[in-house]
Ligand binder design. Structure first.
Ligand code: HEC
Ligand code: HEC
Length: 203
């Protein structure tokens, strides 16, 4: 009886082992495959998304993109759509995806009304001394190119996305950048709208 039981256990174990050996080891997915099957629908294959609430990823600093992906995954940056997208990605895939989009060429945009001499330009270059809003250029650079590893590129980003992020920093919906939460807390709606429009045309 005992022997039969042991034999049964042994054969079950062997069945499991052989089934695993037979199963094909899944081929490693390349960043391009993941982009084409998942990300492209919203961010476009080259990272220049057409829908203005989906950020352009092309030309963004890879360290920044990787940080965002990791923080969507850990929910440090809460977003229902993106947390679902990254749930199945491992660290290596997230790094590869960041490099993939960083290497793409950013398509620039145009400001609707905030060109030279506008409120948007004033906030971007000088801030607002009365309410202690610092100049965006101090960190994001005079052309909005940012600073690798520290400050993301802003130039050419969709105004609708930039405005949504500034509001999310102000309400505390986006909490993964304390510096930006402090700044957004001091900004008026009019300033946010103007600077987001200016950034869309910045180059
Ligand atoms: C269903 C649409 C959708 C899909 C598919 C999607 N994204 Fe997103 N993505 C968004 C939206 C919307 C945001 C803005 C989230 C927010 O408002 O915080 C975003 C934000 C991001 C950001 C942050 C960018 C920034 O400037 O901070 C990165 C990075 C990103 N997505 C990468 C990816 C990658 C990589 C994939 C594929 C694995 C992907 N996304 C798939 C909609 C999508
Ligand atoms: C003291 C430095 C500093 C200043 C000044 C600053 N920023 Fe930022 N900003 C940051 C950092 C750091 C991040 C990156 C947050 C992260 O890693 O998630 C950021 C992120 C952002 C983002 C999110 C980008 C994205 O792709 O989601 C926007 C939008 C933004 N800043 C707009 C502005 C505007 C507009 C101003 C001026 C009113 C400004 N920033 C001034 C440091 C700064």
């Amino acid at each position: 009886m005992q022997f039969r039981h042991l034999a049964w256990v042994m054969s079950s174990v062997m069945l499991v082992v052989s089934a695993e050996a037979l199963a094909e080891t899944p081929a490693k997915r390349t960043a391009e495959q993941i982009v084409n099957t998942v990300c492209a629908a919203c961010h476009a294959p080259d990272g220049n998304s057409a829908i203005t609430l989906n950020p352009k990823l092309a030309g963004q600093h890879p360290e920044y993109l990787e940080k965002q992906l990791a923080e969507f995954k850990s929910s440090k940056r809460a977003n229902a759509v993106m947390s679902g997208m990254v749930a199945g990605l491992n660290d290596e895939e997230m790094k590869d995806l960041a490099t993939y989009f960083a290497d793409k060429k950013l398509t620039l945009g145009q400001a609707k009304t905030n060109g030279a001499g506008s409120l948007g330009e004033k906030i971007y270059r000088a801030g607002n001394a009365t309410s202690s809003v610092p100049a965006c250029a101090a960190c994001h650079g005079p052309n909005g190119a940012g600073l690798p590893k520290q400050f993301p590129r802003l130039s050419g980003q969709h105004a609708d996305y930039t405005l949504a992020q500034l509001k999310a920093f102000r309400t505390g919906e986006r909490t993964n950048a304390p510096m930006m939460m402090d700044i957004a807390a001091k900004m008026s709606d009019a300033e946010m709208t103007a600077v987001a429009d200016y950034i869309q045309g910045l180059r």
